[in-house]
Design a protein around this ligand. Sequence first.
Ligand SMILES: NC(=O)c1ccc[n+]([C@@H]2O[C@H](COP(=O)([O-])OP(=O)(O)OC[C@H]3O[C@@H](n4cnc5c(N)ncnc54)[C@H](OP(=O)(O)O)[C@@H]3O)[C@@H](O)[C@H]2O)c1
Length: 264
Amino acid sequence: MITGPSSGIGLVIAKTLAADGFHVVAAGRSEARVTAVVDEIVSDGGSAEFLHLDLASLESARRAGETFIASRRPLDLLVNNAGIGISQRGKTEDGFEVHFGINHLGHFLLTKLLLDAMSPNARVVQVASSVHFSAKGVPFDRLRRGTSLIGYREYAVSKLANVLFVRELARRWPDLATYAVHPGLVDTPLIPAWSKPFLRGRLLTPSQGADTPLWCATSDEVVGETGFYYAHRTRLDPSEPAQDDRLAAELWERSIEWCELAGH
Ligand SMILES: NC(=O)c1ccc[n+]([C@@H]2O[C@H](COP(=O)([O-])OP(=O)(O)OC[C@H]3O[C@@H](n4cnc5c(N)ncnc54)[C@H](OP(=O)(O)O)[C@@H]3O)[C@@H](O)[C@H]2O)c1
């Protein structure tokens, strides 16, 4: 299953996995955009299906997770790729700041529900970002406030949450293989158009950006590793707050409460 397969890095990941023989569950909020991708995969000889998922709604994330569970199929790979970048503003349906709600909390709920379907060698790849280095911590008291002018701070917090989530997921489910990945600076619609002239020559193509997430998703080289952070096919130290086990545990506990999930 891949979230956000309609564009950018996720589109390349979905098509590559399908070409490698995976049946792809393409989970996205726009039926028209995602179905177009599914149709393309199928016409290329691959196998895929659409699953409705709007990460700005916990109800939608819950429905998506429960729909997959009800199909009683094993899940071999979950790529949490969908995301919004800076210059997006507002709150999710549940009243969370949009970056935190979409990039972290919706994925948290989806993943937590899907753990029941994971096959023995399942992997969870979370597309994070090196921008997490800009976040000093998770401002728990501000997550229900609106977005600041540019949204950079909120984006950084959401990406720190992605790295912490992978760390805590690995601690709680040591048999699962899970990886947080920085894809590089990639030329996709997530990069604001006004900034692209300043970044000319530095932007990777979506295929280049998909390389390390795909490597974590499928390579034998990462077998036996879990909970770590990668870029350029290399395991790297994430920021100091991203290595804070107490912060990771607190984020997990609070996310459970926000999603109203029972258990741990
Ligand atoms: N581009 C970069 O330089 C860069 C750098 C570091 C990390 N990343 C990370 O890479 C990931 C992919 O980003 P990208 O650059 O490929 O951006 P993109 O081309 O804009 O793709 C984002 C994807 O997320 C989906 N999405 C957005 N909001 C959603 C929601 N509420 N529910 C479900 N799906 C939603 C989009 O669907 P729609 O088609 O419906 O909008 C789209 O499929 C993100 O997690 C991003 O943080 C990107």
